[in-house]
Design a protein around this ligand. Structure first.
Ligand SMILES: C[S@@+](CC[C@H](N)C(=O)[O-])C[C@H]1O[C@@H](n2cnc3c(N)ncnc32)[C@H](O)[C@@H]1O
Length: 396
């Protein structure tokens, strides 16, 4: 599989073209126009998600949906650091983004993918990326597992199946809705390896997953720019304390906010009236329900049992989240707002308050811009509007 030199030229020539118009243009008969358009769309997407691949003009991009759904270079690179073995079996190869970055950390990587077109694209791309330790197997990885195999780590990134239980009950997602169904091959996985790493969709409920997969030892949430992108569970039969790790990658330079904690019974923080600084945990921490662990670690107090804002008179500049410096409490009156927010610029964050951010913004005609933040919340059981300024920390 190679890209035709004419198609390569056309991708370069039309990289900035309007693709709807391009689809109607006439090309020499040997040009597959759908393929050409897919390559342009794929490369555009790769520029933001897979910049290393986008620089390599030999890369062939898979159908666009796979490009949208795959891990980004940054989350794949960060995830790869959890692979501390020498051999890995990847049961869901996909378009090979995870395989490419994880294989750089191990000696031998076996990728199994059931879609033969994706397997061929992988073969081509790994050759041009110079990654030589990946063996590609086309087929069903559940059948592959029936062989007498031994790997240090098995990796799975199951695909969402269509027409599943969740579609009828659209709010919930279940492990059984993904292929392969890890629950049904659970013991077989441990006959082949002592460590299993599974990437899960961020919408899955962490506690429900742990109940279904009893050997989960570590749960990891990875965010990019404070949006949770991946949930990883690391399973082993070793006797060790369960832990949770929240990572927020701040930008493409891989600077990050990191917080790790052993699993402890319910932790509460003392409640208090807001002080000089208010702290908002990042989303990876919230996803793993680590907000009170972080609060305790930094000796913060909480505004209310269900308001995930924390407070202190000290500035903790390396707090894993945003920090706001309090200006003053405001009454719910237009007059108070007009004198404070000149040109009506202020962000609104509503937590555990009867009015949503949007309702407050609309009521006071605020534009979400600038450095002023209005925090609407419950503090010691009372509704509050607190005018603050975002503290420009290293992390923010
Ligand atoms: C979410 S994608 C994986 C993406 C991959 N981690 C990457 O970085 O590109 C899931 C892939 O698993 C494949 N798959 C699902 N069940 C499989 C099975 N039983 N055997 C082999 N491949 C399977 C699907 O065809 C799909 O390409």
């Amino acid at each position: 599989m190679e890209i035709d030199p004419l198609v390569k030229k056309l991708v370069k020539l039309h990289y900035h073209s309007d693709l709807d118009a391009l689809a109607l243009q006439s090309f020499p008969e040997e040009v597959d126009v759908d393929f050409l358009i897919n390559q342009i769309k794929g490369r555009r997407k790769a520029r933001e998600k897979l910049p290393e691949w986008a620089k390599n003009k030999q890369i062939i991009y898979p159908p666009y949906l796979s490009m949208e759904q795959c891990s980004s270079q940054f989350t794949a690179q960060r995830k790869a650091l959890f692979f501390d073995g020498r051999t890995v079996l990847d049961m869901t190869g996909g378009i090979g983004v995870d395989a490419y970055y994880i294989s750089k950390k191990v000696d031998k990587y076996t990728l199994v993918e059931q879609q033969s077109n994706l397997a061929s694209i992988n073969q081509h791309n790994f050759k041009h990326l110079g990654q030589e330790n990946i063996e590609i197997v086309v087929g069903n990885s559940i059948d592959f597992l029936k062989k007498e195999l031994n790997y240090d780590i098995i990796y799975l990134d199951p695909a969402r199946r269509k027409n599943t239980k969740s579609d009828k009950n659209s709010r919930a997602f279940f492990l059984e809705d993904f292929s392969p169904n890890v629950v049904s091959i659970y013991e077989k996985l441990f006959e082949t390896s002592t460590k299993i790493i599974i990437k899960l969709a961020p919408m899955l409920d962490v506690q429900a997953v742990i109940e279904q997969l009893p050997d989960v030892k570590t749960t990891v949430a990875i965010s990019y720019k404070n949006e949770v992108k991946e949930l990883l569970v690391i399973l082993s039969k070793e006797k060790e304390q369960r832990r949770r790790i929240a990572i927020n990658l701040l930008d493409s330079s891989m600077r990050e906010q990191y917080f790790e904690s052993e699993e402890k019974p319910d932790i509460t923080c003392p409640n208090s009236k807001f002080k000089k600084y208010i702290y908002e945990p990042n989303k990876a921490i919230l996803k793993l329900q680590l907000q009170n662990h972080v609060g305790m670690y930094y000796e913060l107090e909480k505004l209310d049992a269900f308001t995930h804002f924390y407070t202190s008179d000290e500035l903790i500049a390396n707090y894993p989240g945003r920090i706001f410096e309090v200006e003053k409490e405001l009454p719910m009156k237009q007059k108070a707002f007009s004198s404070v927010f000149l040109s009506n610029k202020a962000h609104v964050i509503s937590r555990n308050h009867p009015l949503s951010s949007e309702q407050i913004r609309n009521r006071f005609k605020l534009i979400a811009a600038g450095n002023d933040y209005l925090l609407a919340c419950k503090n010691l059981g009372k509704k509050k509007l607190i005018w603050t300024k975002l503290v420009p920390t290293f992390e923010a």
